[in-house]
Design a protein around this ligand. Structure first.
Ligand SMILES: C[S@@+](CC[C@H](N)C(=O)[O-])C[C@H]1O[C@@H](n2cnc3c(N)ncnc32)[C@H](O)[C@@H]1O
Length: 236
């Protein structure tokens, strides 16, 4: 698993959100949160697990909307940030942060209605086994994102310290099939890779985002988009 050690460092955890979601990166944070909310729908009273929850961007958001949620991550440093941010946001609902490995989740089968995994599968060396484990503890739904193989992300990937695992639609469909999940919906977005946005000041990023959103509104742009947000449902 890429990044398992990287995210243990307190300074990496402390800088995680500032590095990715300040300046133009704020647009990415908002888009990802919308993708999760669109996929999960109303969560009041729902049992939700977020794996690789990191600093808890989605854990806290879903707790604020009434989910009974566990945010699980392997890094104590990321969890520490998550707990502090949840406290600062005043999220005091049914919310727990837990240290654990997504490869061996400490929950019985079908324990949660929904399992969310954002920015996780690009780090996964064995995605099929992770997806099977997420599916095991989900009774209804698994929501996750991937970076796309034939997209601008593949060029940008060379510049990244850890790189990313990239996925074609065919690969994701095969993974879903193997895990007993069916595809309920997918959204494609960001013709331009995330990294470009976070280097830009807010105003410029917003203008670029308008062009980008228009481009992914047409089939060619969609096919080349760098990110997919997947909504998968438990079959049978
Ligand atoms: C790119 S961050 C994403 C954090 C969060 N999901 C977000 O979107 O902001 C990846 C996270 O995966 C966690 N991670 C890596 N390997 C893991 C594993 N085997 N089990 C659980 N978490 C893991 C890291 O500690 C890190 O917090």
């Amino acid at each position: 698993m890429k990044g398992q050690e990287w995210y243990q460092a307190p300074e990496v955890a402390a800088d995680y959100e500032t590095k990715r979601f300040s300046n133009g990166g704020a647009l990415i944070d908002r888009r990802e949160k919308r993708a999760v909310l669109d996929a999960v729908g109303p969560v009041k009273g729902k049992r939700v697990l977020e794996i690789a929850c990191g600093t808890g961007r989605f854990t806290t958001m879903l707790a604020e909307r009434g989910a009974a949620i566990v945010g699980l991550d392997i890094s104590p440093a990321m969890l520490k940030q998550g707990r502090a941010k949840a406290r600062a946001a005043g999220a005091d609902g049914d919310l727990a942060f837990l240290r654990g490995d997504a490869a061996r989740l400490p929950f019985p089968d079908d324990h949660f209605e929904t399992v969310v995994a954002m920015r996780f599968f690009h780090l996964a060396d064995t995605p099929a086994s992770y997806l099977a484990e997420l599916r095991r503890v989900a009774s209804e739904q698994v929501v996750f994102d991937t970076f796309t193989r034939f997209s601008t992300r593949s060029i940008y990937n060379w510049l990244l310290p850890m790189g990313s695992r990239l996925y074609s639609r065919w690969e994701v469909e095969r993974l879903l099939d193997g895990a007993g999940l069916g595809l309920a919906g997918v959204e494609h977005d960001f013709l331009l890779p995330y990294g470009l946005y976070r280097k830009l000041p807010d105003g410029l990023a917003r203008s670029l985002r308008d062009v980008d959103a228009a481009a992914v509104g047409v089939p060619v742009g969609r096919a080349l988009a760098s990110v997919c947000y997947w909504d998968a449902r438990v079959e049978g």
